[in-house]
Design a protein around this ligand. Structure first.
Ligand SMILES: [Zn+2]
Length: 114
């Protein structure tokens, strides 16, 4: 026998039941955090709540941030770099130009033969 209705007692008083604030969902927004293991965690915050900069990933425990491309973490403190950035780090622009010219020449030779 369910006893939940007995506690509220809306029928006893006969007064129309008014929704109390407790049952109204507060307006919320979703904020997603990413950890280094590509785990996305969506948390819901009240509209006026300040979003934390870092959220612990519930799956692996690593700190997660809102930038999917640059999640916080202890393993790699330097900012995320593109592949091109790494290439540029290893080679000077001149070397890059030479490599590009070489590749283009090879491509043209191959095409010329066809
Ligand atoms: Zn994780």
């Amino acid at each position: 026998m369910p006893s939940g209705n007995v506690i509220r007692g809306s029928r006893i008083g006969g007064a129309p039941e008014r929704p109390t604030e407790r049952y109204e969902p507060a307006p919320r927004r979703a904020v997603t955090y990413w950890c280094r293991n590509d785990h996305a965690t969506e948390i819901r915050l009240a509209l006026d709540a300040e979003e934390p900069a870092v959220w612990d990933c519930p799956r692996c425990g690593l700190p997660a941030g809102q930038d999917a491309q640059n999640p916080p973490g202890r393993t790699r403190p330097e900012p995320y770099k593109t592949h091109l950035a790494y290439v540029k780090e290893r080679r000077t622009p001149e070397e890059g130009e030479a490599l590009l010219a070489e590749a283009l020449a090879a491509l043209r030779r191959r095409r010329g033969r066809e």
